[in-house]
Ligand binder design. Structure first.
Ligand SMILES: *Cc1c(COP(=O)(O)O)cnc(C)c1O
Length: 389
């Protein structure tokens, strides 16, 4: 019995994608000039309620530009999470700055209590600068990742950032559509609370442009500068005069045509993701030894990725991935800790405890927006059989 393959997280292109891309091709606007780019930027800004948005080639380049806009140089340090995708951290190294790896809490996002403890016990705050005593580096910025569509504890994090004059870059590449429903930031979308926010439209994200990204901010000057840097820093375009080192990071019209069609369906995608999440959770939370990881209360999550957590059994993760594979179901472990990876050997870390715990115990299960309720049941059956024996 060859059961149909169930993928982990794949694109869903059944809206106006073909129509808009065909239009881009037929009008021969395929590169970085073209109406879809500015249209997509405008619609994104409207959706997350920022004055504008600046497109990029991917989420990684959006983060790179955001670090530059935060004034980070090779002399500085940047606080980053250790439990996330490595693209959230690599741009720090593109600039030559040094990461300081921070632990997560049970939201899988940065732990604000540890963040505060690091600032208080490991650093000096003088002349408006937070200096890491061990390295002598100025801790100028932090990258806060909204892991799997959850929201980091932005109230606590923004307070610490204000106290110690640290710029906040939100890596909202996994959290487009997530927003606070309660508290100080009610109505605010992930990516729009810190100084700068970054989105990704990679193939596995909640909406895709094949590859692409976006920078948002409430600061229009920063956004204008972002556009300048992503388009080769042209001071006088007609005469090829450039006033900074710029980058060729702008999205193409073809990508933006896809993006525009995808954005039209975002709320419908979130609806499906929510239903499937609730379905998994309702059944699997009753199974002894595992649970489906919660999202923070007081938010509307986009429910991008679902995490099955083995509470006590460290062998469960790999056994489940194997068992699902035999049943033609794709899954994956959570990321290996970035501070354990070769390029980050010897990097500065601070009290990593929860991140290694989750690393050994999380399996991400299928969450595509075209996954049916029957598909979810098939995945649930395999999990139940394995865990209950
Ligand atoms: C996907 C992702 C990125 C990078 O986005 P790309 O578009 O693939 O460059 C960065 N950070 C996190 C947390 C991601 O999941």
């Amino acid at each position: 019995m060859a059961d149909e393959f169930i993928a982990l997280s794949v694109p869903n292109l059944k809206g106006n994608e073909l129509k808009y891309v065909t239009d881009a091709v037929e009008t021969e606007w395929v590169s970085t000039a073209g109406p879809y780019v500015s249209d997509f930027e405008k619609k994104m800004a409207e959706y997350v309620h920022t004055p504008a948005a600046v497109s990029t080639q991917n989420g990684t380049s959006a983060l790179h530009i955001s670090l530059l806009l935060s004034g980070v140089t090779r002399e500085d340090a940047v606080i980053v999470p250790t439990l996330t995708f490595i693209a959230a951290v690599n741009p720090t190294k593109y600039i030559g700055a040094e990461p300081v790896f921070m632990d997560c809490d049970d939201s899988l996002c940065m732990d604000p209590a540890k963040l505060l403890k690091y600032c208080e016990t490991e650093c000096d705050f003088t002349d408006g600068k937070l200096i890491d005593r061990a390295t002598g580096r100025h801790v100028k910025a932090m990258i806060v990742v909204h892991v799997f569509g959850n929201m980091a504890d932005m109230e606590a994090i923004m307070d610490i950032a204000a106290k110690y004059n640290i710029k906040v870059i939100e890596d909202a590449t996994e959290a487009l559509g997530t927003y606070y429903t309660e508290g100080r930031y009610a109505g605010k979308f992930a990516g729009t609370i810190g100084d700068l926010g970054c989105y990704s439209f990679n193939g596995n994200k909640i909406i895709t442009t094949g590859g692409g990204g976006m920078i948002v901010s409430n600061n229009e000057e920063l956004l204008a500068h972002a556009k300048h840097l992503t388009t080769q820093a042209k001071a006088d375009q007609a005469n090829f005069i450039h006033d900074e080192i710029g980058y060729n990071y702008r999205m193409t019209n073809l990508q933006a045509a896809l993006g525009l069609a995808q954005l039209e369906q975002l709320e419908a995608f979130i609806k499906t993701k929510t239903e499937n999440y609730n379905h998994y959770k309702e059944v699997l939370d009753k199974v002894d030894g595992i649970h489906v990881q919660d999202f923070r209360p007081g938010i509307r999550s986009n429910y991008w990725f679902y995490s099955v957590v083995f509470e006590n059994d460290e062998t469960g993760r790999d056994r489940l991935i194997e068992e699902l594979k035999e049943n033609h179901i794709q899954s994956r472990p959570i990321w290996g800790l970035i501070s354990d990876q070769l390029p980050y050997e010897g990097a500065r870390t601070f009290e990593l405890e929860k991140a290694p715990w989750y690393w050994k115990r999380v399996v991400n299960v299928p969450c595509s927006t075209n996954l049916s309720s029957e598909g979810v049941d098939r995945v649930i059956d395999v999990i139940k059989k394995m865990v209950q024996g």
